[in-house]
Design a protein around this ligand. Structure first.
Ligand code: ADP
Length: 258
């Protein structure tokens, strides 16, 4: 990290962090935080040291998804000590707020908070810092990817055309700042009933077509399953209890580590 090229583009690495991975989506509600949380847990299960930074100030969900209501403390250097849950170091606006209080922060302050989350947090030594970006491609997202040396991005979408259009915008944003796209994840790909019939509620095959158009791998297709939602709501993401496809997570580990 911190190569001369990155220095020239104004991006800087985070000390002690080997790889920074962004999980992004063009549109909200497609399962970005669910994917980011499960990805962090799956990477930690490979033995890697992992942090997850919830950069979505306006709709932080990482605290709930990890079932933690702890308040972070500061260390002697005035850095925030991340909360640790399920083997992952976490930072989220959700830890700093009462559950139901809205975040009233305007653009410039939001950018400052996000920078603090990334830089004034005592992340320690990490193999991976996963960034759960806010949905969309606005100023906050752009500032993050322009200032932090992100090593690769994973784009989450549903097969629905409107989600794919927005996912394309996210891909262009990363292209502009020279962040490689590691692949696309198609979430809510189908729902399978008890009789084994698959219903493609949001359309069929959109993720594969889009991945081919972009020229990036389709890393996974995730069906709509109640346990995925229940795991998130209960603070125990499904990757903790469901057997993790070790070949898939090792493959991801290898490609992300390059
Ligand atoms: P985003 O971060 O894109 O806004 P979330 O990860 O918060 O989306 O997901 C939105 C909602 O959909 C959450 O309640 C989550 O539990 C649920 N969800 C996400 N993916 C799935 C899935 N594959 N099956 C069932 N529920 C899902």
């Amino acid at each position: 990290a911190g190569t001369a090229e990155q220095a020239n583009t104004g991006k800087s690495s985070i000390p002690g962090v080997k790889k920074i991975l962004a999980v992004a989506s063009g549109k909200g509600g497609v399962g970005k935080s669910t994917v980011a949380s499960n990805l962090a847990i799956a990477l930690a299960a490979t033995g890697a040291k992992v942090g997850l930074c919830d950069c979505d100030l306006y709709g932080p969900s990482v605290a709930m998804m990890f079932g933690s209501h702890d308040r972070p403390m500061a260390n002697e250097h005035d850095e925030i000590i991340p909360i640790e849950a399920h083997g992952v170091k976490l930072m989220s606006m959700g830890f700093l707020l009462e559950e139901r209080s809205p975040v009233i922060v305007r653009g410039p302050m939001a950018t400052r908070y996000t920078q603090q989350f990334l830089r004034q947090v005592d992340w320690g030594e990490l193999d991976y810092l996963v960034l759960d970006l806010p949905p969309g491609t606005g100023d906050i997202q752009l500032t993050i990817v322009q200032t932090v040396a992100v090593d690769g991005a994973v784009i989450v979408t549903t097969p629905q055309e409107i989600a794919l259009i927005d996912a394309r915008k996210a891909v262009s944003m990363f292209a502009k700042v020279n962040v490689p796209i590691l692949g696309l994840i198609e979430n809510m790909a189908w729902f399978e009933c008890d009789h084994g019939t698959r219903y493609h509620l949001f359309g069929n095959g959109g993720g594969a077509v889009e991945a081919a158009t972009i020229g990036t791998p389709l890393l996974a297709q995730i069906p709509i399953e109640a346990p995925v939602r229940e795991g998130g709501d209960a603070g125990r993401p499904i990757a903790l209890t469901s057997p993790i496809d070790s070949a898939a997570s090792a493959a991801f580990h290898d490609s992300a580590a390059q």
